[in-house]
Design a protein around this ligand. Structure first.
Ligand SMILES: [Zn+2]
Length: 639
């Protein structure tokens, strides 16, 4: 029995649908609501049952266990929370929330699951756990139609990567934990059952032959089987020599390729890579003809690689125009025609933290490209036609992958300042500030509020307008040797960014800010802040405008709530993020640290008191957030 794509996809929708979210199960050409990917799994599946009956049966025949005819798009690239499935014509087939699945797969708190791929209603995740000093990985399948879970590869020490449903099989590469040897495994799925049987890979002889070669140099973006089929060969190294391993089993030494590159992509004829000199200084990005060693320079920069398809290399150039401000240019290089094309040019959008929005989720198919871009304060998926490495018909799908709240209430502006060494011109301080600008429709006092916010930014930037002698020391100010040798270590940088904006009880406007200070060393220090305004007066407010108790009572309240947070880890059997080893110690440390009018976020139903990294726990554990309701703090339900 041949499966029909749509039926399978709809069963998946049943298991994963969001209550009240119209996206799931809508027809491909229907407009899509903006709040598409929801976070919480639904408890109500009946709604999508109705959606199913609305759906006209589609007789789209498809070979079992391949993704022919569909394109899988992950708009987050590194943080896989949603999967969007598109048809070849660029229309949306389905979207899935991946977070409920990874939660479902967890058998204990020390396991984590990462989405790998999808095919025919089945989701594949890699599992990771750290136990008694060793790490273990597994490959697990989840059937969204039946809610079944099965291990394709059980917990072991091997690394599992390049996982793809290709040519009717699930294919992956496995390497020993030290990457000293590798192999390819294929699995066939039994019809009507979530059972996977190991099958022989098409190129098993080749894998056996070069199992000790290093294949981690080349970026593939697909399974090894698929890569060999489409490119006719792959580059591998052994010792300091590079080889071309051909699909016919022959192996040639690549005498022109030196050990001075990274980000390698290519096929059996061309290799594209960024080259560095002996001191790891970037020499530029090149395309090399593997048979002649002839190199063409594609960029002066180290680039972000985006893909290599049909002999065309896709990459992004990221250029700093000011501190924390970038221009991003996506280009393609066609090895067959020697043509270099610009696909898109994008600029930093303040308060989105998505400098590389176009890179995010960049997905190539034979005749389409998908990527994320910012439109009116929202990250949306875009689609464009692709032919010979050139794009046309850029269209916004209106699928919102992320909403940036500042743009719901106004807009965001940015400014930068920098100071330079008077002798050699190297930057000594650089700062970037974002300023929220409230739309006048929210308050008669918008001008006053905006003036206050601008003043906060002015004060922040003023700190970095001239070199800080107190920081560098007088000697360093007049001595260029140190900062020329280690420019990053002597360049003090800071950011103050708008993260989140909201209105409480139609009365109070809050603007959450975030920042990152760096002044040399392994890492810098994150910062947080909040500005709260009364929309009816335009005045900025603090905690003590609401809280009329004593400092001691406030300290005791926050310390008590912090102690309860500490104790919750023990009761859940989770690893504590606190330095302290008992409740009293947590209480005492918190009590000592708490001050009025500091480290507070106002929210709808209470405040969040936050401790900075190192105050209660390690740098890696970050900020510690303690919620205190207005009931507990003010003795009333609202602010
Ligand atoms: Zn200097």
């Amino acid at each position: 029995m041949k499966k029909k794509l749509l039926c399978v996809a709809l069963s998946a929708v049943l298991a994963l649908s969001m209550a009240g979210c119209g996206l799931f199960g809508v027809k491909n050409d229907a407009p899509v609501p903006e709040n598409a990917p929801s976070k919480a799994p639904s408890e109500d599946t009946t709604k999508s049952e109705e959606a199913k009956t609305d759906e006209p049966a589609k007789e789209q025949e498809k070979k079992p266990f391949t993704n022919d005819g569909i394109i899988l798009v992950n708009p987050y690239r590194y943080n896989m929370t949603s999967l969007y499935v598109f048809n070849e014509d660029g229309s949306l087939a389905d979207t899935y929330d991946l977070e409920p699945i990874s939660e479902k797969l967890k058998e204990s708190e020390n396991e984590s699951y990462t989405y790998l791929t999808y095919c025919d209603g089945i989701f594949f995740f890699s599992g990771y756990k750290y136990e008694d000093g060793d790490s273990y990985k597994k490959l697990v399948a989840y059937d969204s139609a039946t809610d079944e879970i099965t291990d394709v590869i059980y917990w072991g020490s091997d690394n599992i990567y390049d996982v793809e449903a290709y040519d009717g099989k699930l294919t992956c590469s496995l390497s020993t934990s030290d990457y000293s040897s590798w192999t390819v495994k294929c699995f066939e799925k039994e019809e009507n059952s979530l059972t996977f049987r190991e099958a022989s890979p098409k190129y098993s002889d080749i894998y056996d032959q070069v199992s000790t070669y290093n294949v981690t140099n080349i970026e593939r973006g697909c399974s090894m089987e698929h890569f060999l089929d489409k490119n006719g060969g792959f580059i591998a190294s052994e010792g300091d020599k590079y080889y071309l391993v051909n699909a016919d089993g022959s192996i040639e030494e690549l005498t022109y390729l030196q050990d001075n590159f990274y980000s390698l992509q290519g096929n059996s004829k061309y290799a594209c890579f960024t080259e560095h000199d002996d001191s790891y200084k970037t020499m530029g990005t090149f395309c090399m003809d593997l048979s002649t060693g002839e190199k063409k320079k594609l960029s002066d920069l180290s680039v972000i690689t985006m893909g290599f398809e049909n002999g065309i290399f896709y990459f992004a150039e990221k250029e700093d125009t000011e501190f924390n401000v970038f221009d991003l240019t996506i280009k393609s290089y066609n090895t067959a025609t020697d043509e270099l094309n610009t696909l898109f040019e994008k600029k930093t959008v303040p308060a989105t933290e998505m400098f590389e929005s176009v890179v995010t989720g960049f997905t190539l198919s034979d005749n389409k490209v998908f990527y994320t871009d910012i439109d009116e304060g929202k990250a949306k998926i875009y689609c464009a036609d692709l032919a010979d490495g050139k794009v046309s018909n850029e269209t916004c799908t209106d699928l919102v992958t992320q909403t940036f709240t500042p743009y719901d209430y106004g807009t965001v502006e940015y400014r930068t300042v920098a100071s330079y060494c008077p002798n050699c011109g190297i930057p000594l301080t650089q700062a970037y500030a974002e300023t929220f600008v409230l739309d006048s429709k929210y308050s008669e006092h918008a001008d006053e509020i905006n003036a206050s916010l601008k003043e906060h930014s002015d004060n922040f930037l003023a700190e970095y307008e001239s070199p800080k002698e107190s920081w560098l020391g007088e000697d360093e100010m007049n001595n260029c040797e140190g900062h020329q040798e280690y420019p990053d270590q002597y360049d003090m940088t800071d950011t103050d960014q708008v993260e989140n904006v909201g209105i409480i009880d139609d009365h109070y406007l809050f603007i959450d800010t975030t920042g990152y200070w760096y002044g040399g060393g392994a890492h810098g220090m994150p910062s947080r802040g909040q500005h709260l305004f009364d929309l009816t007066t335009g005045k900025e407010l603090n905690l003590t405008d609401f809280y009329k108790g004593t400092l001691e009572d406030y300290k005791a309240l926050v310390a008590q709530k912090t102690k309860e947070d500490y104790e919750s880890y023990a009761s859940k059997g989770e690893v504590s993020p606190y330095f302290a080893e008992n409740s009293q110690e947590v209480y005492d440390t918190a009590y000592e640290s708490v001050q009025l009018d500091m480290n507070v976020y106002f929210r709808e139903d209470g405040i969040i008191y936050y401790f900075y990294p190192y105050e209660m726990g390690s740098y890696a554990d970050g900020f510690r957030d303690i919620f205190i309701s207005y009931k507990d703090l003010l003795g009333r339900d609202n602010l």
